[in-house]
Design a protein around this ligand. Sequence first.
Ligand code: MF3
Ligand code: CO
Length: 250
Amino acid sequence: MAIMIKTPQEIEKMRRSGHIVRQVLELVRSLVVPGATTMDLEVAAEKKIAELGAVSAFKGYHGYPCVLCTSVNHEVVHGIPSQKRVLREGDIVSVDCGVVLDGFYGDSAVTIPVGRNVPQEVQKLLDVTRGSLEQAIQEVKVGASLGDIGAAVQQHVEADGFSVVRDFVGHGIGAKMHEDPQIPNYGRRGQGVKLKAGMVLAIEPMVNAGSPEVKVLEDGWTAVTVDGSLSAHFEHTVAVTENGPVVLTL
Ligand code: MF3
Ligand code: CO
């Protein structure tokens, strides 16, 4: 399928959906405390999305039941909020949210430490994963290639001994949540699709502390690390413009 080029007006619409996603994630961050359940986060997020006049991109997507994905510790992505899942001091939780407003999507994720006593090694996993997304965003310019993005993530992650998940990738985004191209978090500089002004990319490194292998649980959604090691995930929706990257989920 062709890669859709967005007009500046469409990118402005995506900035509005992206801003709503950010507000939801900031609200959720304030609620991530020991003793909270992942369903508490879901309930607050669903209410906030409605208040802000948007519609969840996730709920109902291929039957997905919630507005958030909440992936705790060794869960990589697509964890389903549950009243039974109580967050404990020292856990980490990836919170992923997407909305659609006026026909255009925004998609972002953050991994949040629970409480103030997250071990240094765990904090490092979060810092390196966020850092790999920042490095990737710096590669987003007209004429760069998708391989530059993947290589930037991979280099940053592997330099610290962590591993990049390969079974899930980022994606183009616009009038649909998932558009072409796929955006792997590994690759080689100079390879793959060349970036053009008006492309919008959801870049989302998923990083494991141990081996890169993941599997999907019986619920058909929750992806976990095969070796049980911790996993982190950060995502931004980013427009390619003549003036470089514009992060729309701020
Ligand atoms: N942000 C994720 C993605 O880009 C999660 C979507 S999965 C869903 O693919 F089913 F919850 F929608
Ligand atoms: Co996404």
